[in-house]
Design a protein around this ligand. Structure first.
Ligand code: HSE
Length: 411
């Protein structure tokens, strides 16, 4: 028998507890062992208590129990979770987590600590919920040089954008609905401002490119500025707007960014709707490969956590994950130097100041040749820029009364 402890009895922790019980026979068949959740550590009071005698608020019950060999950290955050994880690894216990914030911030240190103690630190559930992506990147695609990643990594924002497109709802209305349906967190800032996607692309990039990518260095823009009008323009242009995490190797550095992106409706990511996530990888040998599924939720995420537990039970003496090298100097291409094509809406001047004509002249003077788009509303000029450096665009656009600017996917 293998005894585990779950730290954090919230949505994901309760899913792990439930899955270990409901699928116990399947899990025993696959792992060769009966895996039991002996402890669930949480300071919250549960009424009713789904964990029975396993529930404790005392960490010493977990850490003082010599029978516990695997600890599942599903509490989230990076303060107490970091301390518990270090304590677990230092005491020779394997740790499995869904905590992307902790992996993105302290992954290298925790992986090193795990190695030093001859145990595993596994985090399949930290990216893409139930979608298998960490293990395929570490193992199945190990023969490839990964050339690029383009992905939808946040279910809440994808749901909001899907709702805005399907029924013309405003961002605020769609967010309210996401909360009512239990998709968005009570504080959805990390989702809507892109930080959640940023942590996840940092983890994927660190694995893909073999060096640590610090999420603090990643340019991140969320979806709170996307309007129903922008979405109507995208539809008119046979495109759709998604919150996209993108990264690729550019000579010895890494380009990585999280932002709303207009993508063609023929792109596989365009049809990823609602809370689903998708990750498109391009490897030099395999070519394009896409991973798709439920990126959040109790049982999908528990599915990935329990897979890691089974992996540990089957291969407890082998190291499954390669360390992420810490680069000696900054390894991210500065956002100002990245090339981009922008979809832009700017206001016309008042008629007495020359109206739309004077703004068109200014557009051409400042941006050179652009591709105009017929405006859907009066008093605005709409166009695609040519390929331009982000830093130059930022400076040039200050000459205009900007309505919105959205990056356009370049193949
Ligand atoms: N808040 C996240 C999402 C949950 O909406 O995708 C999974 O990390």
């Amino acid at each position: 028998m293998i005894n585990i402890a779950i730290i954090g009895g919230g949505v994901v922790g309760s899913g792990v507890f439930e899955l270990l019980t409901t699928n116990s026979e399947i899990i025993e068949n696959k792992s060769g062992k009966n895996i039991v959740a002996k402890w669930v550590l949480d300071i919250k009071k549960f009424d009713p208590n789904p964990y029975g005698k396993a529930l404790t608020s005392n960490p010493e019950d977990v850490f003082g129990d010599p029978d516990v060999s695997i600890i599942v950290e599903t509490m989230g955050g990076k303060t107490a979770a970091f301390e518990f994880t270090k304590r677990a690894l230092s005491s020779g216990r394997h740790v499995v987590t869904s905590n992307k914030e902790l992996v993105a911030k302290h992954g290298p240190e925790l992986m090193k600590l795990a190695k030093a103690n001859g145990v595993h630190y596994l985090f399949e559930a930290s990216v893409g919920g139930g979608i298998p992506i960490i293990r395929p990147l570490n193992h199945d695609l190990a023969a490839n040089e990964i050339l690029s990643i383009i992905a939808i990594l946040n279910g809440t924002t994808n749901y909001i954008l899907s709702q805005m497109k399907a029924s013309g709802k405003s961002f605020a209305e769609a967010l309210r609905e996401a909360k009512a349906n239990g998709y968005a967190e009570a504080d959805p800032t990390a989702d809507i401002e892109g930080y959640d996607s940023c942590r996840k692309i940092a983890i994927l990039s660190s694995i893909a490119f073999g060096q640590y990518v610090d999420s603090d260095d990643i340019y991140t823009e969320g979806i709170s500025g996307v309007t129903p009008e922008d979405i109507q323009y995208a539809q008119k242009l046979n495109k759709t707007i998604k919150l996209v995490a993108r990264s690729k190797k550019v000579s010895d550095k890494i380009f990585v960014r999280v932002s709303p992106l207009m993508i063609g409706t023929d792109n596989p990511l365009a049809n990823v709707e609602d809370v689903f996530n998708a990750i498109l990888l391009h490897g030099d040998a395999v070519g394009d490969t896409m991973f798709y599924g439920r990126g959040a939720g109790k049982l999908p995420t528990a599915s990935a956590v329990v897979a890691d537990i089974i992996d540990i039970v089957r291969h407890s003496n082998k190291f499954a994950v390669k360390d992420w090298e810490i680069p000696s100097e900054g390894n991210i291409v500065p956002i100002e130097d990245c090339e981009v094509k922008m979809f832009v809406r700017v206001m016309c001047e008042k008629l007495e100041h020359g109206g739309c004509e004077v703004v068109c002249e200014r557009v051409e003077k400042i941006f050179g040749k652009v591709e105009y788009i017929n405006p859907l509303w009066p008093n605005e000029i709409v166009f695609y820029t040519g390929i331009i450096k982000e830093g130059d665009f930022k400076k040039k656009i200050t000459e205009f009364d900007l309505i919105s600017a959205i990056r356009v996917h370049k193949k």
